[in-house]
Design a protein. Structure first.
Ligand code: 5GP
Ligand code: ZN
Length: 116
């Protein structure tokens, strides 16, 4: 999709240091890391968000989770990590191309914010 920053990263048009890549998926460090390990996993293909994904995207998203697990370990979050998929305005999604955040250690990520 034109004017989508993550499509451009996936296509190699904007530089990012891939820590993983295959035909369908790339992973690279977040430009503004929130934790010592903070990697984004994206499909190369434009999917707007988890809310817009269809059943035909589910195998790809399953593979993204497997990639996330292996990357978290190889990037040094060996004792657990958190995967976050911000979705839509309620979820605080800023880049409208599906992505998984992997955030991790060495220290615990901490509790999710309580807002109820
Ligand atoms: P969201 O809030 O949409 O879940 O998160 C988008 C994330 O993408 C943010 O954490 C932001 O720092 C990251 N980001 C935005 N633009 C770029 C970029 O050009 N390169 C990289 N590596 N990360 C980006
Ligand atoms: Zn895109």
């Amino acid at each position: 999709m034109t004017d989508c920053i993550f499509c451009k990263i996936g296509a190699g048009e904007i530089p990012a240091k891939f820590v993983y890549e295959d035909e369908d998926i790339v992973a690279f460090p977040d430009i503004q890391p929130q934790r010592p390990v903070h990697i984004l996993v994206i499909p190369r293909r434009h999917i707007v968000s988890l809310a817009e994904a269809t059943p035909s995207d589910e195998a790809l998203m399953g593979r993204m989770l497997g990639v996330a697990n292996r990357i978290a370990t190889s990037q040094g979050s060996t004792d657990g990590f958190r995967v976050i998929i911000n979705t839509g305005p309620i979820g605080g999604q800023e880049v409208m191309h599906l992505h998984m955040h992997i955030v991790g250690g060495p220290d615990p990520v901490g509790p999710m914010l309580k807002r109820v």
